[in-house]
Design a protein around this ligand. Structure first.
Ligand code: SF4
Length: 259
């Protein structure tokens, strides 16, 4: 008997994975769509998933966590995840996904575009094989709008450049300020995770070099700086490429979370 191969496609809540889901809809009808719900998602993401299910005419399986972020943080001795210690991706994205696939042979479709210079997530499980349809077919950023013409982009792109947890340490300082304005309750929750180590005088902070409290106190400065870099970039490259430039600014961001 030949083993059945599963075809799976992870929706991150971002535009590229949504576009890949729409792109593959008729090419691989047996596709299983999934979303790894960290419990720390923006409300705009849930709204967009509902719209996307309508477009795909198929449910998106929601994979939950066995333990929420608060528990995981305790397990990691209160150390917030950071770009150099990215335990969150392993615990909240990769582990639930690999558990869901189990020992099945699966092809996972990854939304890395042909104009991106990165490899993306490769599972260490030998039964999971990645495929990169956008790379194979030469799909670039300009094609994404066309593919998503019926449902558009998730609404958080009005104020944030990437998908991911509301407390993601990859977000820019100006995006933290926008989070405080758009979702003050989430900003407060993120603040509560920051722990001060009164003994050494050092604290663990989401944003480099300062607590969220300190960051919000200089919101006007941060906004001014963001507007200034925006103007500098615009002078060099023009509006149409501005979004791309801002996105590429943080290219080391989570390859699993923001596809
Ligand atoms: S989105 Fe950010 S905080 Fe969330 S799992 Fe990915 S890297 Fe970690």
């Amino acid at each position: 008997m030949v083993d059945k191969v599963r075809h799976v496609l992870g929706i991150s809540g971002g535009k590229d994975s949504a576009a890949l889901a729409v792109y593959m809809r008729d090419k691989v009808p047996e596709m299983e769509y999934f979303f790894t719900d960290t419990g720390a998602e923006l409300p705009e993401v849930y709204e967009y998933l509902d719209r996307l299910e309508g477009e795909l005419n198929k449910p998106i399986v929601r994979l939950g966590l066995e333990r929420d972020f608060g528990h995981l943080l305790l397990q990691h001795n209160g150390f917030l995840p950071s770009p150099s210690t990215r335990w969150c991706t392993r615990e909240m994205k990769i582990r639930p996904f690999e558990k869901w696939v189990g020992t099945d042979n699966a092809i996972t479709y990854v939304a890395i575009r042909a104009d991106e210079d990165r490899d993306g997530y490769k599972s260490s499980s030998p039964n999971i094989t990645p495929r990169f349809p956008f790379k194979e077919d030469g799909i670039v950023r300009a094609d994404i709008d066309r593919i998503l013409q019926h449902i558009g982009w998730p609404k958080y792109y009005e104020w944030r450049s990437r998908s991911g947890c509301y407390f993601c340490f990859f977000q820019r300082k100006s995006e933290w300020i926008a989070l405080a304005e758009r979702h003050p309750e989430l900003f407060e929750r993120a603040k509560a995770f920051e722990k001060s180590d009164t003994g050494s005088g050092k604290g663990y902070t989401w944003s480099q070099g300062e607590t969220l409290e300190e960051l919000i106190a200089r919101a006007a400065d941060v906004r001014q700086q963001a507007a200034f870099s925006g103007r500098r970039i615009r002078r060099k490259i023009g509006w149409q490429e501005l979004f791309g430039a801002l996105e590429d600014e943080s290219d080391e961001s989570c390859l699993v979370c923001s596809l």
